[in-house]
Structure formats: C-alpha cells, structure tokens
Design a protein around this ligand. Sequence first.
Ligand code: MN
Length: 232
Amino acid sequence: MMKGAHFHTAAAFALLALATFHLVSASDPSPLQDFCVALNTTQTAASAVFVNGKFCKDPKLATADDFFFSGLQIPRNTSNPVGSNVTAANVEQIAGLNTLGISLARIDYAPNGGLNPPHTHPRATEILMVMEGTLYVGFITSNPDNRLFTKVLCKGDVFVFPVGLIHFQFNIGEVNAVAIAALSSQNPGVITIANAVFGSNPPINPDVLTKAFQVDNNVVQYLQKQFWYDNN
Ligand code: MN
C-alpha cells in the first residue's frame, strides 16, 4: 500500500513538473522541422504578413553556408565611451539559426575598466565564458529583493545571467579581456538601462524621471543631454 501511495505521489510530481515545463517556456519555441533557414528580408514579399521569426527558405536550397559564420576570433575596437564592443552571431548573421533558439556573442573589454554596461536580454538567458582577462560580473534579481549576485571571473570561468535580469561585466584587469556568450534565443534583444531610460527617442518627460529616481530635476536634464553610446 505504501509503495502504491509513493508511486502516486511521484507520478503527481512528474505530471506537475511536465505541466510546469510546458507553461514556463523561457526560450524560443521548439521547431517543428529540421531547420528553417531565414530568407533575407529583401527576398521576402513586401506584402507578406509578420510572423514570430523569419520566413523559411525551401529546405532543398539550404547549404552549409546558411549555418556558418566566421570572424569571432577577431579582436574588436574598444575605444568608445564604455570601453567595450559586442559582436553578435545571431539569426541576423546566421540565417540557419532561425527557429533554433540559440545564438552567440563575442565581447571585447578595454583594459582598466572596459564595461559592458547594465542591460537585459528580454528573450534569453546568457551563459558567458571568459577567454582572456579578468571580469567583475553580476546580475540583480527582480523586486522586491533586488539581490546582487557578483563574481570575479578569470580565463576559463563561466557565469550565468538568467533571462530578463539586469547584468553587467567590468574589466578589472590591466590587459584586454574577451568573453564568449551563448544566449537562449536566435534574437535575444538588448535593453541597455541607461540608454533606454535617459536616451529614449523622444525623451521621457523629465518629471517622470525626477520622481522615479528621486533626484533634482537638473540631474535628470543633465543625464538626458548625454550621448548614450550603444556598444552592440
Ligand atoms: Mn548580456
């Protein structure tokens, strides 16, 4: 009798886990075919309807080049206001990633303070590996706790930034740093916090930001006048 009861409890938990898995889909939906190589937008009829993703090329016309990208070994220029440069390898660069729910990025950081500033990916979890250098990284949980999780990463170290959470990487070393990030979307999206809030187009009414940030109106006007560099 006890064995039966345990079996039922286990089965109920398994069903609950399955139901939860189906209800909480944190990455792009699973494909219903081997692949769906994206067509260039120029090849797509102007009158075509919007779909969640891109139109597929005839699978018989797909080639190895649809699944290929070269260039992530190339160091990128970090001489900019934040001292970092993100090189994406997502569905825009690799058409074969369409519907597959995954992509890559290379991130270069200038010595002594190169920063990938606080940002979120609305559609992806990120797993990042340091290839060169030393990074202070972190993410912040959602309200009400807003807990900060941080770590200093050296070459070969890996850190995870859960989907949607604000995160950053900061080069605390005296040499260039390089990281490779994998993301659980073909098109993760990026919202850089400062750029979105203080550099929106058109600007947010400063009264909104003055109250939101609990600062003097002059501080908000100063911030809204700045040029907010996009390192992506
Ligand atoms: Mn990121």
